[in-house]
Design a protein around this ligand. Structure first.
Ligand code: SF4
Length: 491
Protein backbone atom coordinates (compact mmCIF):
# COMPACT_ATOMS: atom_id res chain seq x y z
CA UNK A 1 0.00 0.00 0.00
CA UNK A 2 1.23 3.48 -0.92
CA UNK A 3 -0.24 6.11 1.39
CA UNK A 4 -0.26 9.84 0.78
CA UNK A 5 2.46 10.25 3.43
CA UNK A 6 4.55 7.56 1.71
CA UNK A 7 4.31 9.56 -1.49
CA UNK A 8 4.73 13.12 -0.21
CA UNK A 9 7.03 12.67 2.81
CA UNK A 10 9.09 9.78 1.48
CA UNK A 11 9.01 9.13 -2.28
CA UNK A 12 9.06 12.82 -3.26
CA UNK A 13 11.86 13.50 -0.79
CA UNK A 14 13.91 10.61 -2.11
CA UNK A 15 12.75 7.28 -3.61
CA UNK A 16 15.28 5.44 -1.42
CA UNK A 17 13.61 6.97 1.66
CA UNK A 18 10.40 5.18 0.64
CA UNK A 19 12.24 1.91 0.15
CA UNK A 20 13.95 2.07 3.56
CA UNK A 21 10.65 3.01 5.21
CA UNK A 22 8.91 -0.01 3.73
CA UNK A 23 11.71 -2.56 4.07
CA UNK A 24 14.22 -1.48 6.73
CA UNK A 25 12.38 0.82 9.09
CA UNK A 26 14.45 -0.44 12.00
CA UNK A 27 17.51 1.21 10.43
CA UNK A 28 15.93 4.68 10.42
CA UNK A 29 16.18 7.32 13.10
CA UNK A 30 12.78 7.57 14.67
CA UNK A 31 10.55 10.64 14.27
CA UNK A 32 10.71 11.19 18.01
CA UNK A 33 14.36 12.19 17.55
CA UNK A 34 13.36 15.04 15.28
CA UNK A 35 11.56 17.74 17.31
CA UNK A 36 11.09 19.99 14.25
CA UNK A 37 9.19 17.28 12.40
CA UNK A 38 7.00 16.49 15.40
CA UNK A 39 6.22 20.16 15.88
CA UNK A 40 5.25 20.51 12.21
CA UNK A 41 2.65 17.74 12.70
CA UNK A 42 1.36 19.41 15.86
CA UNK A 43 1.06 22.82 14.20
CA UNK A 44 -0.70 21.19 11.24
CA UNK A 45 -3.27 19.73 13.63
CA UNK A 46 -3.86 23.15 15.26
CA UNK A 47 -4.53 24.74 11.87
CA UNK A 48 -6.77 21.81 10.86
CA UNK A 49 -8.95 22.43 13.91
CA UNK A 50 -9.39 26.11 12.95
CA UNK A 51 -10.05 25.25 9.29
CA UNK A 52 -12.91 22.96 10.33
CA UNK A 53 -14.76 26.04 11.57
CA UNK A 54 -15.10 27.03 7.89
CA UNK A 55 -17.29 23.95 7.43
CA UNK A 56 -19.82 23.99 10.27
CA UNK A 57 -21.77 21.01 8.90
CA UNK A 58 -18.71 18.74 8.69
CA UNK A 59 -18.58 15.29 10.29
CA UNK A 60 -15.36 13.73 11.49
CA UNK A 61 -13.92 10.32 10.61
CA UNK A 62 -11.88 8.92 13.49
CA UNK A 63 -9.28 6.17 13.61
CA UNK A 64 -6.76 4.57 11.28
CA UNK A 65 -6.45 1.66 8.87
CA UNK A 66 -9.08 0.01 6.72
CA UNK A 67 -11.95 1.03 9.01
CA UNK A 68 -11.72 4.72 8.02
CA UNK A 69 -12.77 3.97 4.45
CA UNK A 70 -15.85 2.10 5.69
CA UNK A 71 -16.66 4.95 8.08
CA UNK A 72 -16.40 7.42 5.18
CA UNK A 73 -18.78 5.37 3.06
CA UNK A 74 -21.17 4.95 6.00
CA UNK A 75 -21.25 8.73 6.54
CA UNK A 76 -21.99 9.32 2.86
CA UNK A 77 -24.80 6.76 2.94
CA UNK A 78 -26.15 8.53 6.04
CA UNK A 79 -26.30 11.79 4.05
CA UNK A 80 -23.13 13.62 5.15
CA UNK A 81 -22.08 16.24 2.60
CA UNK A 82 -18.96 17.56 4.35
CA UNK A 83 -16.49 15.08 5.80
CA UNK A 84 -13.25 15.68 7.70
CA UNK A 85 -10.45 13.11 7.34
CA UNK A 86 -12.36 11.22 4.65
CA UNK A 87 -10.51 8.15 3.38
CA UNK A 88 -10.13 6.64 -0.09
CA UNK A 89 -8.44 3.29 -0.73
CA UNK A 90 -8.13 1.72 -4.18
CA UNK A 91 -5.54 -0.01 -6.36
CA UNK A 92 -2.96 -0.16 -3.55
CA UNK A 93 -3.04 3.57 -2.83
CA UNK A 94 -4.63 5.33 0.12
CA UNK A 95 -5.35 8.99 0.84
CA UNK A 96 -7.01 10.82 3.67
CA UNK A 97 -8.34 14.27 2.76
CA UNK A 98 -8.62 17.04 5.35
CA UNK A 99 -12.05 17.97 3.98
CA UNK A 100 -14.28 16.71 1.17
CA UNK A 101 -17.52 18.54 0.43
CA UNK A 102 -20.33 17.62 -1.93
CA UNK A 103 -21.19 20.46 -4.30
CA UNK A 104 -24.95 20.27 -4.99
CA UNK A 105 -24.60 22.34 -8.19
CA UNK A 106 -21.94 20.24 -9.89
CA UNK A 107 -22.98 17.03 -8.09
CA UNK A 108 -19.29 16.37 -7.51
CA UNK A 109 -17.10 16.17 -4.42
CA UNK A 110 -14.61 19.00 -3.87
CA UNK A 111 -11.37 18.42 -1.94
CA UNK A 112 -9.82 20.91 0.52
CA UNK A 113 -6.28 20.34 1.80
CA UNK A 114 -5.20 22.35 4.87
CA UNK A 115 -1.57 23.44 5.31
CA UNK A 116 0.04 25.37 8.17
CA UNK A 117 2.43 27.22 5.85
CA UNK A 118 1.74 30.73 4.64
CA UNK A 119 2.44 30.00 1.01
CA UNK A 120 1.57 27.45 -1.61
CA UNK A 121 4.47 25.08 -2.29
CA UNK A 122 5.11 22.77 -5.22
CA UNK A 123 4.75 19.69 -3.02
CA UNK A 124 1.24 20.82 -1.97
CA UNK A 125 0.10 20.52 -5.59
CA UNK A 126 1.53 16.98 -5.80
CA UNK A 127 -0.04 16.13 -2.47
CA UNK A 128 -3.53 17.22 -3.58
CA UNK A 129 -3.07 15.53 -6.96
CA UNK A 130 -2.29 12.23 -5.19
CA UNK A 131 -5.49 12.64 -3.17
CA UNK A 132 -7.57 13.34 -6.26
CA UNK A 133 -6.21 10.23 -7.98
CA UNK A 134 -6.95 8.09 -4.92
CA UNK A 135 -10.49 9.42 -4.50
CA UNK A 136 -11.25 9.00 -8.20
CA UNK A 137 -9.93 5.44 -8.16
CA UNK A 138 -12.16 4.79 -5.13
CA UNK A 139 -15.20 5.86 -7.14
CA UNK A 140 -15.63 9.51 -6.11
CA UNK A 141 -16.61 12.01 -8.80
CA UNK A 142 -14.17 14.80 -7.93
CA UNK A 143 -14.83 18.41 -8.93
CA UNK A 144 -12.61 21.28 -7.81
CA UNK A 145 -9.61 20.91 -5.50
CA UNK A 146 -8.47 23.58 -3.07
CA UNK A 147 -5.60 24.50 -0.80
CA UNK A 148 -6.28 26.22 2.50
CA UNK A 149 -3.14 28.02 3.76
CA UNK A 150 -2.44 30.38 6.63
CA UNK A 151 -2.64 34.09 5.77
CA UNK A 152 0.87 35.45 6.42
CA UNK A 153 -0.48 39.00 6.80
CA UNK A 154 -2.92 38.02 9.53
CA UNK A 155 -2.39 40.02 12.70
CA UNK A 156 -4.08 38.51 15.70
CA UNK A 157 -6.67 40.75 17.39
CA UNK A 158 -8.87 38.78 19.75
CA UNK A 159 -10.05 35.25 19.02
CA UNK A 160 -8.71 33.68 15.83
CA UNK A 161 -11.08 34.40 12.97
CA UNK A 162 -10.88 31.45 10.52
CA UNK A 163 -12.20 33.59 7.65
CA UNK A 164 -9.27 36.02 7.78
CA UNK A 165 -6.66 33.67 9.32
CA UNK A 166 -6.94 31.25 6.40
CA UNK A 167 -6.83 31.71 2.63
CA UNK A 168 -8.59 29.24 0.35
CA UNK A 169 -7.31 28.90 -3.20
CA UNK A 170 -8.69 26.81 -6.05
CA UNK A 171 -5.70 24.88 -7.42
CA UNK A 172 -7.56 22.60 -9.85
CA UNK A 173 -5.65 23.78 -12.94
CA UNK A 174 -2.26 23.45 -11.17
CA UNK A 175 -3.18 19.92 -10.15
CA UNK A 176 -4.29 19.07 -13.71
CA UNK A 177 -0.82 20.04 -14.93
CA UNK A 178 1.02 17.53 -12.72
CA UNK A 179 -1.46 14.66 -13.00
CA UNK A 180 0.57 12.65 -15.53
CA UNK A 181 3.72 13.05 -13.41
CA UNK A 182 1.97 11.91 -10.23
CA UNK A 183 0.37 8.94 -12.02
CA UNK A 184 3.82 7.89 -13.25
CA UNK A 185 5.30 8.46 -9.76
CA UNK A 186 2.67 6.19 -8.21
CA UNK A 187 3.60 3.39 -10.63
CA UNK A 188 7.33 3.85 -9.85
CA UNK A 189 6.70 4.06 -6.09
CA UNK A 190 4.73 0.80 -6.12
CA UNK A 191 7.61 -0.87 -7.99
CA UNK A 192 9.97 0.36 -5.27
CA UNK A 193 7.69 -1.05 -2.57
CA UNK A 194 7.65 -4.42 -4.35
CA UNK A 195 11.40 -4.44 -4.83
CA UNK A 196 12.68 -6.37 -1.82
CA UNK A 197 16.37 -6.09 -2.71
CA UNK A 198 17.22 -3.20 -5.02
CA UNK A 199 20.52 -3.47 -6.86
CA UNK A 200 23.15 -0.78 -6.40
CA UNK A 201 22.16 2.39 -8.21
CA UNK A 202 18.65 1.09 -8.99
CA UNK A 203 16.97 3.72 -6.84
CA UNK A 204 18.24 7.20 -7.64
CA UNK A 205 19.57 9.46 -4.92
CA UNK A 206 20.66 13.10 -5.10
CA UNK A 207 20.97 13.79 -1.40
CA UNK A 208 23.51 15.38 0.88
CA UNK A 209 22.65 13.03 3.73
CA UNK A 210 23.29 15.25 6.75
CA UNK A 211 19.76 15.30 8.10
CA UNK A 212 18.09 12.27 6.51
CA UNK A 213 16.62 9.65 8.83
CA UNK A 214 17.93 6.88 6.56
CA UNK A 215 21.60 7.85 6.67
CA UNK A 216 22.62 4.74 8.63
CA UNK A 217 21.09 2.51 5.97
CA UNK A 218 22.25 4.38 2.86
CA UNK A 219 25.75 5.29 4.01
CA UNK A 220 26.81 2.71 6.61
CA UNK A 221 30.10 3.60 8.23
CA UNK A 222 30.29 7.04 6.63
CA UNK A 223 33.55 8.45 7.99
CA UNK A 224 33.99 11.85 9.65
CA UNK A 225 35.18 14.57 7.27
CA UNK A 226 33.32 12.93 4.40
CA UNK A 227 32.67 14.83 1.18
CA UNK A 228 29.12 15.46 2.40
CA UNK A 229 30.60 17.85 4.98
CA UNK A 230 32.01 20.07 2.27
CA UNK A 231 30.41 23.52 2.81
CA UNK A 232 27.24 23.98 0.71
CA UNK A 233 28.01 21.11 -1.66
CA UNK A 234 24.98 20.30 -3.84
CA UNK A 235 23.36 16.85 -3.81
CA UNK A 236 24.17 15.95 -7.44
CA UNK A 237 27.83 17.02 -7.04
CA UNK A 238 28.23 15.05 -3.82
CA UNK A 239 26.61 11.97 -5.33
CA UNK A 240 28.83 12.14 -8.40
CA UNK A 241 31.90 12.21 -6.16
CA UNK A 242 30.56 9.40 -3.97
CA UNK A 243 29.75 7.24 -7.01
CA UNK A 244 33.29 7.74 -8.28
CA UNK A 245 34.62 6.33 -5.00
CA UNK A 246 35.58 9.60 -3.26
CA UNK A 247 34.57 9.36 0.40
CA UNK A 248 36.74 11.86 2.25
CA UNK A 249 37.41 15.55 1.74
CA UNK A 250 41.06 14.51 1.83
CA UNK A 251 40.50 12.35 -1.26
CA UNK A 252 39.13 15.14 -3.46
CA UNK A 253 41.00 15.39 -6.77
CA UNK A 254 43.58 18.20 -6.74
CA UNK A 255 41.90 19.99 -9.64
CA UNK A 256 38.37 19.74 -8.25
CA UNK A 257 36.61 23.11 -8.57
CA UNK A 258 35.84 24.62 -5.15
CA UNK A 259 34.42 27.85 -3.73
CA UNK A 260 36.69 30.07 -1.60
CA UNK A 261 35.22 28.72 1.63
CA UNK A 262 35.50 25.13 0.41
CA UNK A 263 39.13 25.74 -0.60
CA UNK A 264 39.93 26.82 2.99
CA UNK A 265 38.10 23.78 4.35
CA UNK A 266 40.02 21.38 2.09
CA UNK A 267 43.31 23.12 2.85
CA UNK A 268 42.93 22.64 6.63
CA UNK A 269 41.74 19.06 6.16
CA UNK A 270 44.84 18.25 4.10
CA UNK A 271 47.35 20.05 6.27
CA UNK A 272 45.71 19.20 9.61
CA UNK A 273 46.59 22.76 10.63
CA UNK A 274 43.94 25.42 11.17
CA UNK A 275 43.93 28.66 9.19
CA UNK A 276 44.32 31.47 11.75
CA UNK A 277 44.51 35.01 10.42
CA UNK A 278 45.65 36.70 13.62
CA UNK A 279 45.85 40.19 12.20
CA UNK A 280 42.38 40.10 10.75
CA UNK A 281 41.00 38.68 14.01
CA UNK A 282 42.79 41.42 16.00
CA UNK A 283 41.48 44.10 13.64
CA UNK A 284 37.88 42.84 13.96
CA UNK A 285 38.06 42.59 17.76
CA UNK A 286 39.72 46.01 18.12
CA UNK A 287 36.47 47.61 16.95
CA UNK A 288 34.49 46.23 19.90
CA UNK A 289 33.72 48.69 22.69
CA UNK A 290 33.45 47.92 26.42
CA UNK A 291 31.28 47.16 28.23
CA UNK A 292 30.79 44.05 26.11
CA UNK A 293 27.33 42.46 26.29
CA UNK A 294 26.96 38.88 25.09
CA UNK A 295 23.31 38.31 24.25
CA UNK A 296 21.26 35.32 23.11
CA UNK A 297 17.49 34.83 22.69
CA UNK A 298 15.44 31.67 22.69
CA UNK A 299 12.23 31.98 20.71
CA UNK A 300 8.99 30.18 20.09
CA UNK A 301 7.03 30.36 16.83
CA UNK A 302 3.65 28.90 16.01
CA UNK A 303 1.47 28.93 12.90
CA UNK A 304 -1.38 30.07 15.16
CA UNK A 305 -0.31 33.36 16.84
CA UNK A 306 -0.62 32.97 20.58
CA UNK A 307 -1.64 36.54 21.44
CA UNK A 308 -2.79 39.83 19.94
CA UNK A 309 -0.33 41.71 17.76
CA UNK A 310 1.52 38.58 16.62
CA UNK A 311 1.59 37.16 13.08
CA UNK A 312 1.57 33.45 12.11
CA UNK A 313 5.00 31.82 12.55
CA UNK A 314 6.45 35.01 14.10
CA UNK A 315 9.35 34.06 16.37
CA UNK A 316 8.58 35.38 19.84
CA UNK A 317 11.46 35.63 22.33
CA UNK A 318 10.64 33.96 25.64
CA UNK A 319 14.13 33.85 27.13
CA UNK A 320 17.42 35.67 27.06
CA UNK A 321 20.81 35.20 28.60
CA UNK A 322 23.14 38.16 28.93
CA UNK A 323 26.76 38.11 30.08
CA UNK A 324 28.36 41.52 30.56
CA UNK A 325 32.11 42.13 30.62
CA UNK A 326 32.40 45.70 31.97
CA UNK A 327 36.07 46.11 31.06
CA UNK A 328 39.07 43.91 30.15
CA UNK A 329 39.80 41.58 33.04
CA UNK A 330 36.76 42.70 35.06
CA UNK A 331 34.43 40.24 36.71
CA UNK A 332 31.78 38.80 34.41
CA UNK A 333 28.14 39.63 35.22
CA UNK A 334 25.19 37.49 34.24
CA UNK A 335 21.50 38.36 33.77
CA UNK A 336 18.69 36.24 32.44
CA UNK A 337 14.99 36.15 31.79
CA UNK A 338 12.67 33.22 31.22
CA UNK A 339 8.93 33.75 30.67
CA UNK A 340 6.72 32.14 33.31
CA UNK A 341 3.66 31.64 31.12
CA UNK A 342 2.50 31.32 27.52
CA UNK A 343 1.03 34.84 27.35
CA UNK A 344 2.51 37.91 25.76
CA UNK A 345 6.15 37.70 26.85
CA UNK A 346 7.39 40.71 24.89
CA UNK A 347 6.72 43.62 27.33
CA UNK A 348 8.38 41.72 30.19
CA UNK A 349 11.41 40.58 28.24
CA UNK A 350 11.93 44.07 26.78
CA UNK A 351 11.70 45.72 30.20
CA UNK A 352 14.07 43.19 31.74
CA UNK A 353 16.58 43.60 28.95
CA UNK A 354 16.44 47.38 29.13
CA UNK A 355 17.10 47.20 32.87
CA UNK A 356 20.10 44.88 32.51
CA UNK A 357 21.77 45.79 29.23
CA UNK A 358 24.45 48.49 29.49
CA UNK A 359 23.38 51.67 27.63
CA UNK A 360 26.60 51.68 25.65
CA UNK A 361 29.23 49.29 24.38
CA UNK A 362 29.08 46.47 21.84
CA UNK A 363 26.40 43.79 21.97
CA UNK A 364 27.89 40.49 20.80
CA UNK A 365 25.70 37.79 19.30
CA UNK A 366 26.20 34.67 17.21
CA UNK A 367 24.43 34.93 13.82
CA UNK A 368 23.33 38.56 13.89
CA UNK A 369 20.31 38.39 11.51
CA UNK A 370 18.40 36.32 14.04
CA UNK A 371 18.81 38.61 17.07
CA UNK A 372 18.51 41.88 15.13
CA UNK A 373 15.27 40.73 13.46
CA UNK A 374 13.82 39.86 16.87
CA UNK A 375 14.87 43.31 18.13
CA UNK A 376 13.17 45.00 15.17
CA UNK A 377 10.00 43.01 15.75
CA UNK A 378 9.95 43.77 19.48
CA UNK A 379 10.58 47.47 18.74
CA UNK A 380 7.65 47.47 16.31
CA UNK A 381 5.47 45.64 18.82
CA UNK A 382 6.24 48.06 21.67
CA UNK A 383 6.54 51.69 20.49
CA UNK A 384 7.94 52.73 23.88
CA UNK A 385 10.95 50.46 23.21
CA UNK A 386 11.50 51.21 19.52
CA UNK A 387 14.51 53.46 20.06
CA UNK A 388 15.98 51.07 22.66
CA UNK A 389 15.94 48.18 20.19
CA UNK A 390 17.18 50.40 17.34
CA UNK A 391 20.18 51.46 19.41
CA UNK A 392 20.77 47.84 20.42
CA UNK A 393 20.86 46.80 16.76
CA UNK A 394 23.22 49.62 15.81
CA UNK A 395 25.84 48.36 18.26
CA UNK A 396 25.44 44.64 17.60
CA UNK A 397 28.45 42.64 16.40
CA UNK A 398 28.32 39.11 15.04
CA UNK A 399 31.13 37.00 16.56
CA UNK A 400 30.38 34.32 13.97
CA UNK A 401 31.84 36.67 11.31
CA UNK A 402 35.36 35.68 12.41
CA UNK A 403 34.56 32.14 11.32
CA UNK A 404 32.29 32.77 8.32
CA UNK A 405 34.87 35.25 6.96
CA UNK A 406 37.40 32.39 7.13
CA UNK A 407 39.72 34.16 9.61
CA UNK A 408 39.69 30.97 11.68
CA UNK A 409 39.08 27.63 9.96
CA UNK A 410 39.67 24.36 11.79
CA UNK A 411 39.32 20.87 10.27
CA UNK A 412 37.10 19.83 13.17
CA UNK A 413 34.55 22.59 12.46
CA UNK A 414 33.52 20.21 9.64
CA UNK A 415 32.70 23.12 7.32
CA UNK A 416 30.29 24.69 9.83
CA UNK A 417 30.38 28.05 11.64
CA UNK A 418 27.74 27.01 14.16
CA UNK A 419 28.67 27.76 17.77
CA UNK A 420 27.90 24.10 18.53
CA UNK A 421 30.74 23.05 16.23
CA UNK A 422 33.18 25.86 17.06
CA UNK A 423 32.87 25.72 20.88
CA UNK A 424 34.09 22.18 21.61
CA UNK A 425 37.08 22.66 19.29
CA UNK A 426 38.27 25.94 20.82
CA UNK A 427 37.09 25.35 24.40
CA UNK A 428 37.00 21.55 24.88
CA UNK A 429 35.81 21.90 28.48
CA UNK A 430 32.53 23.38 27.24
CA UNK A 431 30.01 21.62 25.05
CA UNK A 432 26.26 21.61 24.46
CA UNK A 433 26.34 17.81 24.15
CA UNK A 434 26.29 17.24 27.92
CA UNK A 435 23.13 19.29 28.45
CA UNK A 436 19.60 17.87 28.56
CA UNK A 437 18.52 20.53 26.06
CA UNK A 438 21.18 21.02 23.42
CA UNK A 439 19.58 22.79 20.48
CA UNK A 440 17.21 25.68 19.84
CA UNK A 441 14.14 23.77 18.63
CA UNK A 442 14.25 21.48 21.65
CA UNK A 443 14.50 24.56 23.92
CA UNK A 444 11.54 26.18 22.20
CA UNK A 445 9.31 23.12 22.46
CA UNK A 446 10.40 22.35 26.04
CA UNK A 447 9.32 25.83 27.09
CA UNK A 448 5.95 25.53 25.31
CA UNK A 449 5.26 22.04 26.67
CA UNK A 450 6.35 22.98 30.19
CA UNK A 451 2.95 24.67 30.62
CA UNK A 452 0.92 21.62 29.57
CA UNK A 453 -1.65 20.62 32.24
CA UNK A 454 -0.17 17.11 32.37
CA UNK A 455 3.20 18.42 33.63
CA UNK A 456 3.95 18.04 37.33
CA UNK A 457 5.58 20.79 39.40
CA UNK A 458 8.75 18.67 39.47
CA UNK A 459 8.80 18.30 35.69
CA UNK A 460 8.30 22.04 35.24
CA UNK A 461 11.14 22.80 37.65
CA UNK A 462 13.43 20.42 35.80
CA UNK A 463 12.61 21.96 32.41
CA UNK A 464 13.07 25.43 33.86
CA UNK A 465 16.55 24.51 35.07
CA UNK A 466 17.45 22.87 31.75
CA UNK A 467 16.38 25.96 29.81
CA UNK A 468 18.35 28.29 32.06
CA UNK A 469 21.42 26.08 31.73
CA UNK A 470 21.13 25.86 27.92
CA UNK A 471 20.70 29.58 27.21
CA UNK A 472 23.39 30.56 29.73
CA UNK A 473 25.87 28.25 28.03
CA UNK A 474 25.24 29.98 24.68
CA UNK A 475 26.34 33.38 26.00
CA UNK A 476 29.09 32.00 28.22
CA UNK A 477 30.40 30.13 25.18
CA UNK A 478 30.63 33.44 23.31
CA UNK A 479 32.52 34.99 26.22
CA UNK A 480 35.02 32.12 26.25
CA UNK A 481 35.43 32.13 22.46
CA UNK A 482 35.96 35.89 22.57
CA UNK A 483 38.60 35.51 25.30
CA UNK A 484 40.28 32.73 23.34
CA UNK A 485 40.43 34.87 20.20
CA UNK A 486 41.69 37.89 22.14
CA UNK A 487 44.56 35.85 23.61
CA UNK A 488 45.31 34.38 20.21
CA UNK A 489 45.40 37.73 18.47
CA UNK A 490 47.83 39.07 21.09
CA UNK A 491 50.14 36.05 20.99
S1 SF4 B 1 20.24 9.12 2.95
FE1 SF4 B 1 20.00 10.05 0.93
S2 SF4 B 1 19.63 8.32 -0.43
FE2 SF4 B 1 19.23 7.64 1.61
S3 SF4 B 1 17.07 7.98 1.87
FE3 SF4 B 1 18.11 9.72 2.70
S4 SF4 B 1 18.07 11.20 1.08
FE4 SF4 B 1 17.68 9.20 0.15
Amino acid sequence: MLTKSDYTHRYLECPMHLWVWKHKQEEMHHHSQNPSLLWRFEEGNMVDVIARELFPDGVMIHGHGADVQKQTQDQIKAGATTIFQAAAVADRIMAIADVIRFNPETKKWDIFEVKSSTEEKKEHIYDVCFQRIAFRKAGFDIGRVHLICVNGDYLRAGAIDPQTFLITKDITEDVDEVEDIVEADITKALVIIDNATPKAGEIACTCVPKECMCIAHCYPGLPDHSIFELMRISGPKAQKLYASGVRLILDLPEDYKLTTAQTCQVQVARSGTPIIEKEKIAEALSKLEYPLSFLDYETFACAVPMFDGLRPHQAMPFQYSLHVLPSPGAELEHHEFLAKNLGNTIPEIAASLQANLPAKGTVIVWYKPFETTRNKEMGAFLPAFTSFFESLNERTYDLMDIFSDQHYVHPDFCGSCSIKKVLPVLIPALSHKNLTIHEGMAASLSWYRMFGPEKSVKEREETWGNLIEYCELDTFAMVEIFRYLMNLSKA
